[in-house]
Design a protein around this ligand. Structure first.
Ligand code: ATP
Ligand code: MG
Length: 464
């Protein structure tokens, strides 16, 4: 733990009285307004050389009760409205502490001496230590692990906070006696929009990083291979379209396997029929080729002078080689036992060994079948995505055991779901795939391929 991480300034400590903070603020504003009015009266009295006493003030105000009432009412109303707009999180946090019962309180009743009025007084024997502060778009909570019987709830506070503030946990860390939570409101999670303008934007900022949303970037070398799952119509194939475009832009070798012979097969006229497989034989052939490519790359790298332990395909100028397999589980139903075994072996081999050689698998499945994507294989998939609503079993198959409370996704939210990048997220985070409503994928990929050919030094020589 570095010195910088020791939470010296943890922000505002949540106090029991914060639950009535709105009322206190309104009272304070009314108090200040009254003082300003009194000061005005005082100034006027001074100008007129008249005295300023309680009786004179009452006298002056006698005729102006109605206007005074209206002024204070408007001020109180405006303050209330502003507070509603601001929705101070400290107030909601203080209320949450009370309603969740993270307190021990005794209420005593006292009688006032003269008027014999009963006064209730709350005394807190226990109140949690929670600090709140903001940082840019995020807000941060530091919660003290105080050993109380509520402590186990403090360790999983995101399950309460996320739905409460419509936000998402970005970071959770144990720092000394505190748990630090960083949350980001979902309204800041902007999706990428693909439209006519993107058609002409083909520059690659980073070869190995692919932007998925404004704040999620997938490094396919650090977190290799991917699985996209979701019900029919969830947006799996559209997400693949986006990925194919990004990969073609990066001059990757892309192979498309489309056992449903539907959404990706049309790409054979754009990419070439040798790169797209839609029959059982061709699909098994492509898997074999990918495995051979991987083995050949290993042999080539090891025989090279540049080879050093731990180095990967990037230092050998080899392009990434992506096998994009749409609806892998649909494919397994047409295989006999031997073919199934063959497919499984090749898949597992590439997923386990492919990264260093730059050979990657990108799978989609309506339902990730445990026979095809075993737990041990799934754990090796660096990017895991679910689109639309999955059953709790479906979520478990994609993400493994998780405490995440998945919020329902409406049918109208095209391409919305969850995503987890190994090494970047502890739990799945909500995301929206790039929106492609007004976007011609085929035309864009064709243009990128033409551009790639022009960039090719051999091709340029011929043109010159
Ligand atoms: N990111 C997106 N942008 C725009 N439209 C989308 C997006 N994702 C999905 N859609 C819309 O939803 C429809 C279904 O999406 P898609 O074909 O990708 O689903 P799928 O998950 O592949 O379904 P299936 O399992 O049946 O193949 C698309 O035809 C498109 O109209
Ligand atoms: Mg599909």
């Amino acid at each position: 733990m570095s010195l910088k991480e020791i939470p010296i300034f943890k922000g505002t400590k949540i106090q029991p009285y914060y639950k009535n903070l709105n009322q206190y603020i309104i009272l304070a504003v009314l108090g200040i307004t009254s003082l300003i009015l009194l000061y005005r009266i005082y100034q006027e009295q001074q100008l007129r050389n008249k005295e300023f006493t309680i009786m004179t003030v009452i006298d002056i105000l006698k005729d102006k009760y109605l206007s005074l009432f209206i002024i204070l009412g408007v001020v109180a109303g405006a303050t209330w409205f502003i507070l509603k707009l601001l929705r101070l999180k400290v107030i909601d946090l203080a209320n949450m502490i009370e309603t969740q019962g993270f307190i021990q309180r005794v209420t005593t009743t006292k009688q006032t001496e003269y008027l014999k009025l009963e006064m209730k007084h709350d005394e807190y024997r226990y109140y949690p230590t929670i600090f709140y502060k903001t940082r840019g778009k995020d807000f941060i909570l530091h919660v003290k692990k105080d050993g109380s019987r509520f402590q186990k709830h403090y360790l999983e506070l995101e399950t309460i906070i996320e739905p409460m503030f419509d936000c998402e946990l970005k970071e959770k860390r144990h720092i000394g006696r505190y748990v630090k939570y960083v949350f980001r409101p979902l309204k800041y999670k902007k999706r990428l929009i693909m439209d006519e303008k993107t058609l002409n934007k083909h520059d690659v900022e980073d070869m190995y990083n692919i932007q998925i949303t404004n704040d999620v970037i997938w490094n396919y070398v650090k977190s290799p291979h991917a699985l996209v799952s979701g019900v029919t119509g969830g947006g799996k194939t559209y997400f693949l379209f986006y990925m194919i475009r990004e990969l073609v832009k990066r001059k990757a070798e892309v192979r498309l396997l489309d056992p449903k012979n539907s959404d990706l097969s049309f790409m054979s006229k754009v990419l070439g029929s040798d790169k797209v497989a839609d029959t059982k034989g061709k699909i098994l052939g492509q898997l074999r080729q990918a495995e051979e490519e991987m083995e050949e790359r290993y042999a080539f790298m090891k025989s090279s002078d540049k080879y050093k332990i731990g180095k990967d395909f990037r230092i050998f100028d080899l392009p990434p080689y992506f096998v994009i397999f749409d609806e892998i589980t649909a494919f397994t139903s047409v295989l006999d036992k031997k073919e199934f075994q063959e497919m499984n072996d090749r898949l597992t081999n590439i997923i386990m060994k492919g990264r260093q050689a730059g050979v990657f698998m990108f799978l989609t499945a309506q339902r990730p079948d445990a026979d095809v994507i075993k737990g041990s294989v799934r754990d090796q998939l660096g990017l895991r995505v679910s689109l639309g609503n999955l059953s709790s079993e479906g979520y478990r198959m994609v993400y493994g055991q998780t405490d995440k409370e998945f919020m329902p996704v409406s049918k109208d939210d095209l391409g919305r779901g969850y995503l987890l990048i190994q090494g970047q997220h502890i739990d799945p985070v909500m995301f929206e795939a790039p929106l492609m409503e007004q976007y011609d994928f085929e035309k864009d990929v064709e243009q990128i391929l033409v551009q790639n050919q022009l960039d090719d030094p051999e091709c340029r020589t011929i043109i010159i």
